[in-house]
Design a protein around this ligand. Structure first.
Ligand code: MG
Length: 509
């Protein structure tokens, strides 16, 4: 029997016993996933995919056992007797069971097969700038994903069912409402930024080469300053930086060193640190349970964006790390913190989402949201995508892709069948600004703390407000509860206006 001092209801304790094997299986699969991205020899991918799909079936069968389903049903009937943690366990498991039941094994297996083939084809098609090569695969994926939405069910829009998979409770109309104010605000601010020269479109340090060996040392020191505990975390290298939380005491992040433009490596480390800190600060009494992880993609991304943008790209932080950066990257030492600030905050309309700055980033998400919504409702066809993409980005940013690789083929997400995922990035940006607004009003002398790299009060605030709860509350209730309001564009608008319109005058003086 599992010993704990959080869960008391006997049926919940029994349920946690029953789900422990599921947790262990998830733990093993996470480690397999981490290894696949960091260490596995390329040819290992065939066996690894086969192992994954077999274990996914096992996972599903374990979850749908009577011992779990019946207990969850029984607990749902008397939900009012349970405390918040216990309610959280029942909510998370009910949701997983509902999703697993809605999607027949054949559909899941088909999607896995089609997407693993499509991912390979996408990568080739992107290299060769050949949309037609990818097109039939994407058509098949869209067909299967539409079936998935129908089976999952929805009230208003089939896209709702998909959004909900990545962000519990998020609806198409919520996302529409967000963009209806965020897009015009962003474009208004962008126009002003581009007509001024404070935030440059390009900075000479972008062309600056560095020694990866020195950069590795720099990242270790930056992580230490952020509060990294090497007994509970690792930093490795992978082509696509990511975070893998295996347990509250075992969280791994990665970055990559390209030898040029150090901010790419630096800010992916700070970004992943934000994801990692969330997992590291979850109440250890709920670890290894269904609520022992971050609650949603949007809330997770808010934590990474908060550290990357609000802290990491602030002029206070750059004053704080100026000397450390100079120590490892000599040539950078000639540049003042103000120059570093302008280097890490260039603003320019860019065709590629992952290269986009903080301000224009959400416009890229808006384009993808519109296209996904239309594809899912049948209002647009895959064959029309390249033209819809090119004209869409031109309308938003005034630039047009010269080829598919920097246009419609740039992202991996669709080849994975991840439709409905992109909006969680913008949601994360919104929540990050909300956290920042609230924190500034509650922590005295926040700018000075950042400048001194005395970041413990910030970590503690995030732990007490957000991290410790894990998935106890649904994402939007958590935000409402801890920040006092639902996610909205109010804070990000205020933050952008301060950073891009007011701050330049202060810093110029
Ligand atoms: Mg992220």
């Amino acid at each position: 029997m599992i010993e704990n001092d959080v869960f008391h209801h006997p049926l919940v304790v029994e349920l946690l016993d029953e789900t422990r094997t599921l947790w262990a299986l998830g733990h093993a699969m996470s480690l397999m996933g981490w290894d696949l991205e960091t260490n596995m020899p390329g040819k290992g991918v065939t066996a690894r995919s086969e192992a994954f799909s077999n274990l996914a079936v096992l996972q599903r069968n374990l979850l749908l056992r009577d011992e779990i389903v019946k207990t969850v049903d029984k607990l749902s009937e008397g939900i009012e007797e349970l405390d918040d943690y216990e309610k959280g366990v029942v909510r998370v498991l009910s949701r997983e069971i509902r999703i697993a039941r809605a999607l027949p094994e054949e559909l899941v297996a088909k999607l896995a097969k089609v997407t693993s083939e499509a991912t390979r084809i996408w990568s080739e098609a992107k290299k060769r700038n050949d949309f037609d090569r990818f097109r039939p695969h994407l058509e098949e994926i869209m067909k299967l994903v539409r079936e998935k939405a129908e089976r999952l069910g929805y009230d208003q829009h089939p896209y709702d069912a998909l959004l909900d998979l990545y962000e519990e409770g998020l609806r198409t109309r919520d996302v529409e409402e967000i963009f209806s104010s965020l897009v015009p605000t962003t474009r208004r601010i962008l126009d002003k930024v581009l007509s001024d020269d404070f935030y440059p479109r390009k900075h000479p340090l972008e062309d600056f080469s560095y020694d990866p060996e020195r950069a590795r040392e720099l990242m270790k020191e930056i992580l230490l300053k952020l509060g990294w505990d090497w007994n509970r975390g690792r930093l490795d290298e992978s082509p696509h930086p990511f975070t893998m939380g295996l347990d509250v005491d075992d969280v791994r992040i990665t970055t990559r060193y390209e030898g040029k433009d150090i901010r790419r490596a630096l800010y992916s480390v700070i970004h992943e640190f934000g994801h990692a800190l969330y997992e590291l600060q979850i109440d250890r009494r709920i670890s290894m349970t269904p609520i022992g992880g971050g609650v949603s993609l949007g809330v997770h991304e808010s934590q990474s964006r908060f550290w990357e943008n609000m802290i990491g790209r602030s002029h206070w932080f750059l004053k704080g790390v100026e000397e450390i950066i100079a120590k490892y990257l000599g040539a950078v030492a000639e540049h003042s913190w103000l120059e570093l600030y302008r280097y890490v905050n260039t603003v320019r309309p860019d065709l590629v989402r992952v290269d986009a700055d903080e301000l224009t980033y959400n416009l890229h998400i808006y384009l993808r949201f519109q296209l996904e919504k239309r594809l899912i409702s049948g209002d647009a066809q895959v064959g029309e995508l390249p033209e819809l993409w090119d004209s869409g980005i031109e309308e938003l940013l005034g630039i047009r892709p010269k080829n598919y690789s920097e246009g419609v083929l740039q992202d991996i997400h669709w080849s994975h069948g991840s439709i409905g995922y992109f909006p969680t990035y913008t949601l994360g940006n919104l929540i990050a600004a909300q956290v920042w607004g609230k924190m500034r009003s509650e922590i005295d002398g926040l700018p000075e703390l950042v400048e001194k790299l005395d970041l413990q009060p910030i970590r503690r605030w995030l732990r007490d407000r957000i991290h410790r709860w894990g998935a106890t509350y649904p994402p939007s209730s958590l935000i409402q509860r801890v920040l006092g309001e639902r996610p909205s564009t109010e804070h990000i608008t205020r933050y952008f206006e301060w950073k891009y319109l007011k701050l330049p005058d202060e810093l110029r003086r």
